[in-house]
Design a protein around this ligand. Structure first.
Ligand SMILES: [Zn+2]
Length: 149
């Protein structure tokens, strides 16, 4: 798996930097085991159970840039197809285990990517706050933020 997933690509780093700058704290490359599938999402919000993948356009066959390889087709096509199958298997397994899965193309502008992540996180916080207010608990207003640099 390592060979076809470069770590710390530029879009990944840019997204992490932006989210971190907005006060979000997350794990990077944390190993998750869900429904028999082991996977290391690029960004993981453990408490909120949000897993983010930044998918490379070539490796994950992006509809805009995932051009068919023009050499060694017999080698690449099955490989790319296996990637796609694995992506959907991983997504399904994580979702079955209660994770929210975000797949972001590496070509997506980082601001848009960050706002998709933010909205996934705030949906979760809403649900959590609703649960809390029903049970009479106190909502921690600073949840999700840290004052540490
Ligand atoms: Zn693309």
């Amino acid at each position: 798996m390592r060979g076809n997933h470069r770590r710390d690509t530029r879009p990944e780093l840019a997204l992490r930097r932006l989210l971190h700058g907005s006060g979000h704290r997350f794990r990077v490359d944390l190993l998750i085991e869900a429904c028999g599938v082991k996977v290391r999402p690029d960004i993981v919000f453990t408490r909120r159970r949000v897993a983010v993948f930044i998918d490379g356009c070539f490796w994950h066959s992006c509809p805009k840039h995932g051009n068919q390889p023009n050499s060694n087709v017999g080698y690449w096509l099955p490989k790319l197809q296996r990637n796609q199958e694995r992506d959907s298997r991983v997504t399904a397994a994580l979702e079955a285990a209660g994770w929210k899965v975000l797949r972001i193309w590496e070509h997506e502008p980082v601001e848009e990517a960050a706002s998709r992540v933010e909205s996934a996180l705030s949906n979760w916080i809403d649900a959590r706050n609703r649960r809390r207010s029903r049970s009479g608990g106190v909502v921690n207003a600073t949840f999700g933020r840290s004052t540490k640099p």
